[in-house]
Design a protein around this ligand. Structure first.
Ligand SMILES: Nc1ncnc2c1ncn2[C@@H]1O[C@H](COP(=O)(O)OP(=O)(O)OP(=O)(O)O)[C@@H](O)[C@H]1O
Ligand SMILES: [Mg+2]
Length: 89
């Protein structure tokens, strides 16, 4: 499972998440929604270990592989859905 516990994330001086706690169980498909700039990509950056939390933890099993498609994809002839599926090992 993925566990976020008492998480605080900042970008610069802006606090994007404060004391956030959530659990995602194996096999669940989860969508993350929120207004532009609220911190969705930043939370994913934490899971990708590109950034660190100010406090709290975001943990998942060490043997799990994280795969992703960037928010901005190149301009291609193929539909976005095909681009995503092509990248799925
Ligand atoms: N590398 C960065 N350095 C500094 N601030 C950043 C950086 N990346 C994002 N931010 C800021 O952090 C905040 C959250 O950005 P983020 O990209 O996580 O939002 P988002 O929810 O994914 O937005 P969108 O719906 O537009 O994709 C915004 O205020 C953004 O300007
Ligand atoms: Mg984003």
């Amino acid at each position: 499972m993925i566990v976020f516990s008492s998480l605080q994330i900042r970008r610069g001086t802006r606090v994007l998440l404060d004391n956030a706690t959530a659990t995602i169980n194996p096999g669940k498909k989860v969508g993350l929604i929120g207004k532009n700039g609220c911190g969705k990509s930043t939370l994913l950056a934490l899971l990708k270990k590109e950034i660190s939390a100010e406090s709290g933890d975001a943990i998942f099993p060490a043997n799990w592989t994280v795969s992703w498609v960037d928010q901005e994809t190149p301009g291609l002839e193929i539909p976005a859905i095909e681009y995503v599926i092509d990248g799925d090992r």
